[in-house]
Design a protein around this ligand. Structure first.
Ligand code: PLP
Length: 406
């Protein structure tokens, strides 16, 4: 069958229903193009994108520099494999090590892959040191680290895990709301503690200062490594490149993804010097990871971030948060709390917030619900104050009209 470039909505949805493995319940929209913070469907309808493809389209859509760089790279060289050098991977690694303070980068294709690499590198560290039974991981309640066997094993929600057991053994979950419980779970068989500085899928739940202190203490007492999963919270989204640093955490390993590629699949496992020193050639690998296309895209993103976008995220994030807190104050019977930092923000509602997503969509605003009651906002880094005004106006209307329990 010859693929067509423009397929009417009904055909797209029928073909999907017939041929695509149905792992997603999609909303009934077919997006055809984007521009900045706006997306357009096949009916020509415009949407304000405050989700950015779940935290990915950091530069918005069809960003001219990124589009030009990708086209140029495609016309030059896309892929050679990791069997050879090319000029972009080492440049990207150098930028990432400077931004994270960690000595080395392993470039891969997704957040899950970055986490898998971190888990393997943590085990490799202890194996190289001769502590071959030091293989356990401690993760946290509400954690989400991905869907492959390793990262799924550290993902908390039973709904994601239950059909796929047995998972990787030796994983325990510490409660995020009781920092004192961590101490008993971390011992000299713990390879690493794995934490999202702000849990994203788990409901935009930031690590509290008390939990950060408990993590530091447990690492100090046992020598356990610390892995920060910054796939969602990192790459500048909170106003600083790594949110773990803002919490005073000093991870040995950091997983990056999502915003880093600005729409091109890019992940990275960042590795401290002491861990990097235990990794040998052949220990890990990837065919696509760190190819020229991926590295070029990430470099364009980092150029933009360091060229003024990072301070914009801080300012516009504070503006959005202020507006959400004002909304929460006027709708205190429906909004429990505003959480997050920078441009990862959650409105925790007092009931299942699913109807709000559909109501906002009808008014041309893309948002997302996670952890049942939480409206999650992950807008592109390039949103303006006018975008904030428009999004918050829609949110105000849909929250006001919402009948709890409807
Ligand atoms: N880790 C965190 C914190 C995430 O939020 C996600 C995705 O939502 C992942 C890992 C998995 O990333 P990916 O879907 O790119 O594999």
């Amino acid at each position: 069958m010859t693929p067509t470039t423009s397929t009417p909505s009904t055909d797209t949805r029928a073909l999907d229903a017939q041929h695509v493995l149905q792992t997603y319940k999609r909303l009934p929209i077919v997006f055809e193009r984007g521009s900045g913070v706006r997306l357009y469907d096949d009916q020509g309808r415009e949407y304000l994108d405050f989700l950015s493809g779940i935290g990915v389209a950091s530069l918005g859509h069809a960003h001219p520099d990124l589009a030009h760089a990708i086209a140029d790279q495609a016309a030059t060289l896309l892929h050679t494999s990791n069997l050879y050098y090319h000029p972009l991977q080492s440049r990207l690694a150098a930028r990432l090590t400077a931004l994270t303070g960690l000595e080395r980068a392993f470039i891969c294709n997704s957040g899950t892959e970055a986490n898998e690499a971190c888990l393997k590198f943590a085990r490799r560290y202890w194996h190289t040191k001769g502590e071959t039974t030091r293989t356990k991981f401690v993760a946290f309640t509400h954690a989400f680290h991905g869907r492959t066997m390793g990262s799924l094993s550290l993902t908390w929600d039973e709904h994601y895990r239950a059909p796929f057991g047995p998972l990787v053994p030796g994983v325990t979950f510490a409660p995020t709301d009781d920092p004192s419980a961590l101490d008993a779970l971390v011992d000299h068989e713990t390879a690493a503690i794995v934490v999202e500085p702000i849990q994203g899928e788990g409901g935009v739940r930031p690590v509290s200062p008390a939990l950060a202190e408990a993590i530091r203490a447990a690492c100090r007492r046992t020598g356990a490594l610390l892995v920060a999963d910054e796939v969602q919270s990192g790459s500048g989204r909170t106003g600083t490149f790594l949110h773990s640093r803002a919490l005073g955490l000093e991870p040995d390993l950091v997983a990056l993804g999502k915003a880093l590629g600005a729409g091109v699949p890019v992940g990275a496992a960042m590795v401290s010097g002491r861990v990097a020193g235990t990794i040998a050639a052949g220990d890990h690998g990837t065919t696509y990871g760190g190819n020229l296309l991926a590295c070029r895209a990430a470099l364009v993103f980092l150029d933009a971030l360091e060229g003024g976008l990072q301070s914009h995220v801080t300012a516009i994030g504070a503006c959005l948060r202020g507006r959400l807190e004002a909304l929460a104050a006027t709708q205190a019977d429906k909004v429990a709390e505003v959480r997050g930092a920078g441009l990862i923000l959650g409105l925790d509602m007092k009931a299942d917030a699913t109807p709000l997503v559909g109501a906002a969509l009808e008014q041309g605003l893309l948002i997302n619900r996670t952890s049942t009651t939480v409206i999650r906002l992950l807008p592109p880094f390039v949103i303006t104050e006018a975008d904030v005004d428009r999004a918050v106006a829609v949110l105000e209307r849909v929250v006001k009209d919402w009948r709890i329990g409807s």
